[in-house]
Design a binder for this molecule. Structure first.
Ligand SMILES: Cc1cc2nc3c(=O)[nH]c(=O)nc-3n(C[C@H](O)[C@H](O)[C@H](O)COP(=O)(O)OP(=O)(O)OC[C@H]3O[C@@H](n4cnc5c(N)ncnc54)[C@H](O)[C@@H]3O)c2cc1C
Ligand code: FES
Length: 306
């Protein structure tokens, strides 16, 4: 349904619990760790689709005019999108922010068509409206595993798991970090953000499930080879399907490398209320991926309970 941004804004209701419209940066004690700035309060923002492109397989990229989110988002944060076709639904679709363009007020989301909502997304056209709550969640480096800019870092993305990592690679490289990246996918044509990684990384290693390029197997294959060769990093970040993150997090943690993972759990409310996104911790505590994550300290996650 085509619509203007102003028209959509006028339909917006205040999202007072989340501090809608408040662009102030809220740096609470728990977010003082890490070296990226503290996260801003999320807003409810009307947005317009400006492009929606098929990438490969079931993967698409949607560009949204969402100027507030574009200004505030940090690498690793996500938005909770509500499609106007689903305006009666209380559930939103959580999607990582792939790239922000603060100068044009746009954000890019890369998504895979799985069920009803992502199917509807894939059929949206430029000019159609939606609304989002964002930017949400804890960003990379904010779980407390590192305090300053690391000299060396390894980023490992499986499938769409590269979406929240691509900007991190750019931010780290710009800050002077020597970044290695492992990009993995089911097959060569589904490798995501490879060019973005190659533009900034010291080396990019590829793994594909079908062996069409790079190592034949999961991201953990080149990862374990790097560790066996004695490569050590001051920081590692991993995102992808849970089995892939488990396989990568365990050797990284065992090697004593401060490692963060981004936990993509099923989410209902997205604001910490429903407990549908619980991630069990080794301490026995349960963290909510939507507000305590999605980025978490990999050494604290109770991987065998997931
Ligand atoms: C923090 C976060 C960031 C995410 N970022 C992205 C992203 O950048 N790109 C993207 O394509 N997807 C991302 N997802 C997953 C995305 O939210 C789901 O794929 C989407 O909600 C599916 O909605 P649907 O109505 O199309 O499918 P549904 O009908 O809701 O689900 C279809 C199938 O997908 C499974 N599924 C649904 N949600 C998830 C989930 N969160 N994790 C694992 N399996 C799920 C369901 O169990 C079901 O089998 C993210 C999820 C989270 C929590
Ligand atoms: S999605 Fe409701 S608590 Fe996280």
């Amino acid at each position: 349904m085509p619509g203007s941004l102003d028209g959509l804004r006028s339909q917006m209701t205040a999202f007072s619990d989340l501090g809608a419209g408040d662009l102030g940066t809220s740096m609470s004690d728990e977010y003082e760790c890490g070296w990226l700035p503290g996260r801003a309060r999320p807003v409810l923002e009307a947005c317009l689709v400006t492009a929606n492109t098929h990438l490969a397989g079931k993967n698409f990229m949607m560009t949204l005019a969402a100027p507030l989110t574009a200004q505030m988002a940090l690498p690793g944060q996500f938005v909770n999108l509500r499609l106007l076709q689903e305006r009666d639904s209380v559930l939103r679709v959580p999607i990582s922010i792939y790239q922000t363009h603060p100068e044009t007020g746009r954000i890019d989301l890369v998504y895979q068509v799985l069920g009803n909502s992502t199917n509807l997304m894939s059929r949206m056209e430029a000019g159609e409206g939606a609304d989002l709550v964002g930017p949400l969640g804890r960003a990379w480096t904010q779980s407390g595993v590192i305090a300053g800019v690391p000299k060396t870092a390894l980023l490992v993305g499986g499938g769409l798991g590269m979406a929240p990592l691509a900007t991190l690679a750019e931010v780290l490289a710009a800050a002077g970090t020597k970044v290695d990246v492992i990009v993995a996918a089911a097959t060569k044509k589904l490798l995501l953000a490879r060019r973005r990684a190659e533009a900034v990384a010291s080396q990019v290693l590829i793994a594909t499930d079908d062996g069409s390029e790079g190592d034949h197997g999961f991201a953990s294959v080149p990862l374990e080879r790097l560790l066996e060769k004695g490569r050590r990093y001051e920081y590692a970040a991993v995102c992808g399907p849970t089995p892939m993150m488990r396989a990568c997090a365990k050797p990284l943690v065992a090697a004593g490398i401060p490692t963060e993972v981004s936990m993509e759990r099923l989410m209902a409310c997205g604001v910490g209320a429903c407990l549908s996104c619980i991630v069990p911790q080794r301490s026995g505590e349960s963290l909510r991926a939507c507000v305590d994550g999605p980025v978490m300290d990999a050494s604290e996650v109770a991987w065998d309970e997931l």
